[in-house]
Write a protein that binds this ligand. Structure first.
Ligand code: ADP
Ligand code: MG
Length: 369
């Protein structure tokens, strides 16, 4: 049982504040991913939890007990870094056994635990090797094994697979997930890679410039981004965002992207929901992911004529830039669906996949259609 809680955590380096009033509760056994651009404060947050960095204000609690005055060694938390810090002169076996040597465990107990961890990580056949003889992926498995072997209260991982090549990263990602399911421990995993975050996390914590932006399940942050930063940070290709005007038109609403002659048809509730959210015309942005831009080759009810620009074939689908007014909206289509740049096609927006933001605050207006 390990619950970790951050309450009002503030951290300065000199005059620069790198963690700004961070509040977060991590449940027992939860896999949390801290996601954000380089420099947003992820490593500092992790080091503060581990006890490798002091904090200037706030509390860090483990199972309800404040620990910010405790040294790292007394917090019983293991950390795995991007650069594998194995002892080069020791065998894989000794590297994994090392944290247990300082305990009162017998040789036989240590042997059992090393072999059991090695088995889970599928490195049982490497125990006699020296780190220099291992591949990058195996080195990182050993580093994870060494962290796991003492059954810490929590595992903290700082971009643990960031240095590996793409194929190996994918493999290790699946392995880390499998390990978590099997072994179960409260885990905080840091990455700047949103795909890694989506695939691993129970909940993702998105940070920007030291400020927590949103906490939620992968599907929450994808389908209900709290603000423009999250909307454009999560998801690939990125969400289309365009300034837009909304007006009633007959029995429905119209959403007109800046510079466009015609608007897209939306359900009338949109206007009511925007009013309820105190949205202001003139500072409204429409957000829609490429899969929410629907394309037809023939004119159809509710579709507007648009011109195709760049077409990016991505194998299983294409991303097509469509010129709408002064803006480009990127649509996801079946591969080869739009013939060539310059073709006229027709587009509509799926209201259920549309987001509306206040451009002044960047916050979502919470529209759900
Ligand atoms: N020891 C330090 N002294 C001064 N500034 C630091 C130190 N460590 C990190 N920083 C600064 O704090 C900010 C957050 O860094 P970090 O937590 O490493 O970000 P991330 O892990 O998200 O890339 C960055 O601007 C970084 O330059
Ligand atoms: Mg970092």
């Amino acid at each position: 049982m390990t619950q970790i809680e951050l309450r009002g955590v503030q951290k300065f380096f000199g005059a620069v504040q790198v963690i700004k009033d961070l509040n977060l509760t991590i449940a027992d056994n939860e896999f949390i991913v801290l996601l954000g651009q380089s420099g947003c404060g992820k490593t500092t947050t992790l080091r503060a939890i581990a006890g490798l960095e002091t904090i200037d204000e706030g509390d860090i609690l483990i199972d309800g007990e404040p620990v910010q005055h405790l040294k790292a060694a007394h917090r019983d938390i293991a950390m795995v870094f991007q650069s594998f810090s194995l002892y080069p002169h020791m065998s894989v076996y000794e590297n994994i056994a090392f944290p247990l040597r300082a305990t009162r465990k017998s040789k036989a107990e240590i042997d059992g635990e090393v072999r059991s961890v090695a088995k889970v990580l599928q490195i049982g056949n490497l125990l006699d090797k020296k780190p220099s003889a291992l591949s990058g992926g195996d080195m990182q498995r050993v580093a994870i094994g060494r962290a796991l072997v003492r059954r810490p209260k929590a595992m903290l991982m700082d971009e643990p697979i960031g240095a590996l090549d793409a194929k190996l990263r994918e493999e290790m990602r699946a392995e880390i997930k499998r390990l978590h399911v099997k072994q179960g421990s409260t885990t905080i995993y840091v990455t700047h890679d949103q795909i890694e975050a989506m695939s691993l996390a129970d909940r993702i914590v998105i940070m920007h410039e030291g400020v927590l932006q949103q906490v939620g399940s992968p599907s929450d942050v994808y389908t209900r981004p709290a603000n423009l930063f999250v909307a454009q940070f999560v998801g690939s290709p990125v969400m289309n965002v365009a300034n837009a005007a909304v007006a009633m038109n007959g029995s429905g609403a119209r959403v007109t992207v800046d510079g466009a002659a015609e608007g897209f048809r939306f359900p009338a509730e949109l206007v009511g929901q925007l009013d309820a959210a105190k949205a202001q015309q003139g500072r409204l942005a429409l957000g829609i992911r490429p899969e929410g831009v629907l394309v037809s080759k023939a004119a159809a009810d509710g579709y507007l004529p648009v011109e195709a620009h760049i077409i990016e074939p991505l194998g299983s689908y294409d991303i097509v830039d469509l010129k709408v007014g002064g803006q480009m909206l990127r649509a996801r289509t079946r591969s080869g669906f739009v013939g060539k740049p310059g073709d006229q096609v027709f587009a509509r927006l799926d209201p259920a996949q549309a987001h509306f933001f206040d451009t002044a605050s960047g916050n979502s207006l919470g529209v759900r259609l």
